[in-house]
Design a protein around this ligand. Structure first.
Ligand SMILES: Cc1ncc(COP(=O)(O)O)c(C=O)c1O
Length: 399
């Protein structure tokens, strides 16, 4: 390695440590679950995973992965259009389209990858993409890529601000396609996009609405079909991107769900699909089993909502001020990044794993610990986590 680069990286790493923002991995030696075995620490309660339904360790989901591995082997050894598509990919895509209520779906190795594929492929120099200010990094980077590759225009509207979005849509009335994009559930805030108003604005301006439902698929709505299900609007979102790496088994993988023509066009032209291997069939198998399990057990979604409500109410009762909301993402704002990381370390010492997030993941001065509740948490798990919050909160003079 070139010495100057090595030196620069080492100095930055030292600075991260000095600033208290250095991240380290915590190694788990058991499946992802409400309680895990953490190397060097023993049993720990997890309160920061996206395993919203607890499906990552459900026997049917694990068996789905095993069956696919046995049937198809380790992988495609190719990109899909050359010789790399298995029937399990088609079955999964049909199941995903059925779940979220679109004509078709197309899988990718991650939702990050799906967001990189979407904008750069469907937009061109005559078009504009208008993005919520707090959208996920994968949307931001997907748009940056589209700006370079597709040469489309880009605009950002203030978070959830419909008047600002309306103004930006009017300002781009001359564009061939106006594509609005929003997270369904915002990952750092836990708030839900105002879908009825967004659909109305999209219709008014003849715009296309895209929702990234990564934190909503399997989570929102009475049957976990996502943000549209929450509002009773399944079928009204033009394009949905989402992940298989959270509620739907938690392995990896993502998808774009939309009209048959949109998915077909992406199959023809999206570079991640044309130049990179398909989703591993083990993941396709476990995700397919996860979708089936979700559809057979909607009571998991009800339990998730009950657990989220309980945890939020109890935190308030202890004197914490979590951001208000109705999703299983419950952020507690602390201010400085170092404070959030300190609290997260102290919680870990008390046996609870909750990650602290600081700048640049969230705006400067709004560092937080982000709790994420799962349907798999028992009341005992949640109560034990709440006791740890009370202990640490008192030590840090927060409550
Ligand atoms: C809104 C949103 N989109 C996309 C992603 C990326 O998903 P994946 O892990 O499948 O790349 C995430 C993950 O954190 C997310 O929260």
């Amino acid at each position: 390695m070139q010495q100057a680069l090595e030196q620069r990286l080492r100095e930055s790493l030292e600075q991260f440590r000095a600033d208290g923002v250095y991240k380290r991995f915590n190694y788990l030696d058991s499946p992802q679950a409400p309680r895990v075995q953490m190397e060097g620490r023993g049993e720990i309660i997890i309160l920061s995973s996206n395993n919203y339904l607890g499906l990552s360790a459900v026997p049917e989901v694990i068996a789905g992965g095993h069956d696919a591995l046995n049937r198809f082997g380790a992988g495609t050894a190719s990109v899909r259009f050359i010789c790399g598509t298995f029937t399990i990919h088609r079955e999964l895509e049909q199941a995903l389209a059925g779940l979220v209520g679109t004509e078709a779906a197309l899988t990718f190795v991650s939702c990050w990858n799906a967001n990189e594929a979407l904008f750069a492929t469907v937009l061109g120099p005559e078009d504009v993409v208008i993005s919520d200010q707090l959208n996920h990094a994968s949307i931001i980077d997907g748009i940056r890529l589209a700006k370079v590759i597709a040469k489309c225009e880009t605009a950002v509207y203030q978070h959830g601000d419909l008047a600002d979005l309306d103004a930006k849509l009017r300002a781009h009335a001359d564009k061939r396609t106006r594509l609005i994009v929003t997270d369904g559930v915002f990952s750092m805030e836990g708030d839900i996009a105002p879908l009825p108003d967004l659909v109305a604005l999209a219709r008014k301006h003849d715009a296309v609405l895209t929702v990234d439902d990564s934190h909503a698929t399997g989570v929102l709505g009475p049957t976990g079909r996502g943000t549209a299900d929450h509002y009773g609007m399944v079928g009204e979102v033009d394009i949905i991107t989402s992940t298989l790496g959270k509620a739907l088994g938690g392995a990896a993988g993502g998808f774009i769900a939309s009209s048959a023509a949109t998915c077909d066009y992406l199959t023809q032209r999206a570079r991640p699909g044309l130049f990179s291997n398909a989703l591993p069939c083990t993941v396709a198998g476990s995700a397919h089993a996860a979708v089936r399990h979700l559809q057979q057990h909607p009571e998991m979604v009800t339990r998730l909502h009950e657990n989220a409500r309980y945890f939020r109410e109890q935190l308030l009762g202890l004197g914490f001020r979590p951001l208000p909301g109705e999703t299983p993402i419950v952020p507690v704002i602390l201010g400085e990044t170092a404070k959030a990381i300190r609290m997260s370390e102290m919680l870990l010492d008390e046996g609870v794993f909750v990650t602290g997030f600081g700048y640049p993941v969230v705006p400067q001065g709004q560092a937080r610990v982000r709790c994420q509740v799962s349907a798999a948490h028992t009341r005992d798990d949640l109560d034990a986590a709440l006791r740890a919050f009370a202990t640490v909160g008192r030590r840090l003079d927060l409550v």
